[in-house]
Design a protein around this ligand. Structure first.
Ligand SMILES: [Zn+2]
Length: 390
């Protein structure tokens, strides 16, 4: 389904993080035991994939989960000490149910403190999946749903396999801003107690109608990684230190790319470029490029519509008049019009750079971003075209 973007806004990168947590009612229920802070607890029972998973008690807020469920020993001791025989029985069956059925691949970490968990995660886009993988290492299994670099993500239709992956996940990452609306449908179709969703657009303070290609902004992924790291630590507290170390490594690994962006900004700020779509928009803004293509042209192409004849003429004039330094086009959405524009750019010896919406195979998020910035550098500095980086 095409995204219904009507304008490109500026990202409010200074906004506070927000994580959308889908809090299940049972986790919010008052309870029979007592927590460390003196507030009451109660037994809570969840149905999961036809198998009953019993939780002996539940904290009031999900954010308390990691600390509250620090160890099974503590759990049993507290339950036996203060609660009814029924509660004690529930605690016991919780232990046995988890040990025999749910561990070690319990989708979301109700930590027993006995063994490291493997958190099941799903990201709507493969670059967010890559970040989860880099943060979680062997402590996560992660599925990236949109991952084919030869198709247009804006028209992606989800499959049964996607629905199953979402159903089993304890952590979901989606871009939001209408880019991956299918995810909300999949999540709604398989509600799960305790599943946490990071909606990147909402968490970073963007609004519907903003350019959804957030991952091209150098400010985006450090913030996403911090959110992912915090959720992994909550779901698998035993490996908190590992996630923190991986987060530091991830942030450090972005430095060459961020420096390259800054270097291009110093050299080429204000340079006019033509594009087919807004996909590279945040990177262009970070470098300070002047995107000369009419916004209405970009949005029409992005949405799979025909741009107006005036817009098409304006775009062609940019190329035929050699008024731009580079022509950037979306490799994943090549229409007959794109083919015409590419021919025009070649005829005028305007360097061409192909950019991608999805992370190409054999790339990481970092190497992908660096490959595109490197291609742009060669185009601006030496007039060299790089139509494919994969
Ligand atoms: Zn796009």
């Amino acid at each position: 389904m095409p995204v219904t973007t009507t304008r490109i806004g500026r990202g409010r990168t200074g906004a506070a993080f927000r994580v959308c947590e889908e809090l299940p009612e049972p986790l919010l229920a008052p309870s029979g035991g007592t927590r460390g802070d003196g507030s009451p607890q109660t037994p809570a029972i969840h149905e999961a994939r036809g198998q009953t998973t019993r939780r002996a008690w539940a904290p009031r807020r999900l954010t308390d989960l990691g600390a509250a469920l620090a160890g099974l020993g503590t759990l049993l001791a507290a339950t036996v000490a203060v609660a009814s025989p029924w509660t004690a029985w529930t605690a016991w069956t919780a232990w046995t149910t988890r040990t025999t059925h749910a561990a070690p691949l319990t989708p979301y970490g109700v930590a027993t403190g006995r063994a490291p968990r493997v958190v099941r995660a799903v990201a709507a886009e493969n670059f967010y999946a890559d970040v989860v993988r880099q943060l979680g290492g062997s402590h996560v299994t992660v599925v990236g749903i949109i991952s084919n670099p030869s198709t247009d993500p804006h028209t992606y239709e989800s499959s049964t396999a996607d629905a199953e992956a979402v159903s089993a996940a304890g952590l979901v990452v989606r871009n939001g801003l209408g880019y991956d609306a299918f995810m909300q449908k999949l999540e709604a179709a398989s509600p799960r107690a305790g599943r946490t969703t990071i909606d990147v657009g909402a968490a970073l303070g963007y609004k519907t109608g903003d350019n959804p290609h957030l991952w091209y902004d150098p400010a985006t992924m450090p913030r996403v990684a911090a959110l992912v790291g915090a959720q992994l630590a909550r779901l698998d507290p035993a490996d908190k230190a590992t996630f923190a170390a991986n987060l530091r490594r991830f942030d450090a690994s972005l430095t060459p790319w961020i420096r390259h962006v800054a270097a291009l900004r110093a050299r080429y700020r204000g340079a006019p470029v033509a594009v087919t779509e807004p996909v590279f928009g945040y990177a262009a803004r970070a470098i300070g490029l002047t995107v000369a293509t009419p916004l209405s042209f970009q949005l029409a192409v992005q949405e799979g519509n025909d741009p107006s004849p005036q817009d098409v003429q304006a775009e062609k004039n940019l190329l035929s008049g050699n008024r731009v330094k580079v022509f950037l086009y979306n490799q994943q959405a090549v229409e007959p019009l794109t083919v015409q524009l590419l021919a025009l750019a070649r005829a005028r010896r305007i360097p061409i750079v192909g950019v991608y919406e999805s992370m190409p195979p054999a790339k990481t998020y970092q190497t992908w971003m660096e490959a595109e910035i490197g291609a742009l550098d060669r185009a601006l500095g030496r007039g060299i075209s790089t139509e494919k980086i994969a």
